[in-house]
Design a protein around this ligand. Structure first.
Ligand SMILES: NC(=O)c1ccc[n+]([C@@H]2O[C@H](COP(=O)([O-])OP(=O)(O)OC[C@H]3O[C@@H](n4cnc5c(N)ncnc54)[C@H](OP(=O)(O)O)[C@@H]3O)[C@@H](O)[C@H]2O)c1
Length: 300
């Protein structure tokens, strides 16, 4: 079975490559090869490769910058998905669109189910929601949406690698040189579920083997935490593995104190029970441990 992804350099695309089962053929196109905002390039790629399934890993994912770049966000996250859906229909290709917990407003206190009505509160979330609607309008069991949350891996740019950098000896020394006491402020009033990206990739490979799809799937690691609690766990595990020398003070702050230019949902946990027939997620702490362990053994 031939799978094609757009966006080769992203976290998810790389995870699909790392976890690729031998019985799938994987074709990954870079941003340079196919800029997805150009419909003709999408069409040419699909006509040439004729994959069985597209997994769209390409997106404008910078949630903060999205607020001031709405046009580019809509072109990448909405218009491109419309072109892909149209071409996929034309060539009889199945299509998996990645989406986000940020399609929800965060006012719930219970995990969001696949049936709940979304309501996005920032530009990024709104763009992903518009893309979801394009997929749902196809009314086909050969098109589906996979929502996920708080993606990370042990390399690249994500919350885990940012925390490890801020907790590093070099960073702390630099702070001390400036006469500052090492400290990291972390938001403690937003709750979600961290998702190690390789787990999502495993879920997607299993999904590719399903003959028919539901309209929407939710995938995250099991359990929930705030960003502050996530940072605490990263720190404890990283010290135990020798990835960082000592603990740095972590200070819990509110979103208001953190003063981010973008509104984020205060609660965006996804109810993944609908996906358990395909694969059961592992606890997020266990996935983090696996991810940091690999970083630690590669460090030496
Ligand atoms: N990261 C998260 O926490 C998170 C959470 C929930 C859902 N998601 C969703 O999960 C999916 C994968 O996310 P990710 O974290 O793997 O994203 P990522 O690491 O930011 O990667 C995005 C990829 O899209 C490519 N891209 C951007 N604009 C493009 C364009 N016009 N044409 C072609 N390629 C383009 C980027 O290429 P360049 O780098 O070359 O521009 C990059 O390879 C996305 O749909 C995202 O919305 C992510």
């Amino acid at each position: 079975m031939r799978i094609l992804t757009f966006g080769q350099t992203g976290q998810l695309a790389k995870a699909l490559k790392r976890t690729q089962p031998g019985y799938f053929e994987l074709i990954q196109l870079t941003h340079q090869q196919v800029n997805i905002t150009q419909p003709q390039l999408i069409d040419e790629a699909l006509a040439h490769y004729r994959p069985n399934i597209i997994i769209n890993c390409a997106a404008y994912t910078d949630v903060e910058r999205a607020e001031s770049n709405a046009t580019q966000v809509m072109q990448t996250n909405v218009d491109a998905v419309r072109f892909m859906a149209k071409a996929a229909r034309q060539y009889g290709i199945r299509f998996i669109q990645l989406s986000t917990d940020y399609v929800f407003d965060g006012l719930s206190s219970l995990p969001y189910t696949v049936d709940q009505k979304p309501c996005a509160i920032n530009v990024y979330g709104q763009s992903k929601l518009l893309a979801e609607n394009i997929i749902l309008q196809q009314q086909s069991n050969q098109f589906c949406i996979v929502r996920t949350s708080w993606l990370y891996h042990n390399s690249g740019k994500n919350f885990v690698t940012t925390m490890l950098k801020l907790m590093s000896q070099d960073h702390n020394n630099a702070m001390l040189m400036q006469g500052l006491i090492p400290n990291i402020n972390v938001v403690n009033d937003q709750t979600g579920s961290p998702t190690m990206v390789d787990g999502l990739a495993h879920f997607l490979w299993k999904l590719c083997l399903q003959k028919q799809w539901s309209a929407i799937y939710h995938w995250s690691d099991a359990g929930m935490c705030t960003w502050y609690e996530f940072a605490q766990e990263i720190q404890s595990q990283a010290v135990a593995l020798g990835l960082i020398p000592t603990k740095v003070t972590l200070t819990p702050v509110t979103s208001e104190q953190y003063n981010s230019p973008v509104k984020r949902p205060t609660f965006s946990v996804l109810d993944t029970s609908h996906s358990h027939l395909i694969l059961k997620p592992k606890p997020w702490q266990q996935q983090l441990a696996q991810c940091l362990y690999v970083r630690a053994i590669n460090k030496d």
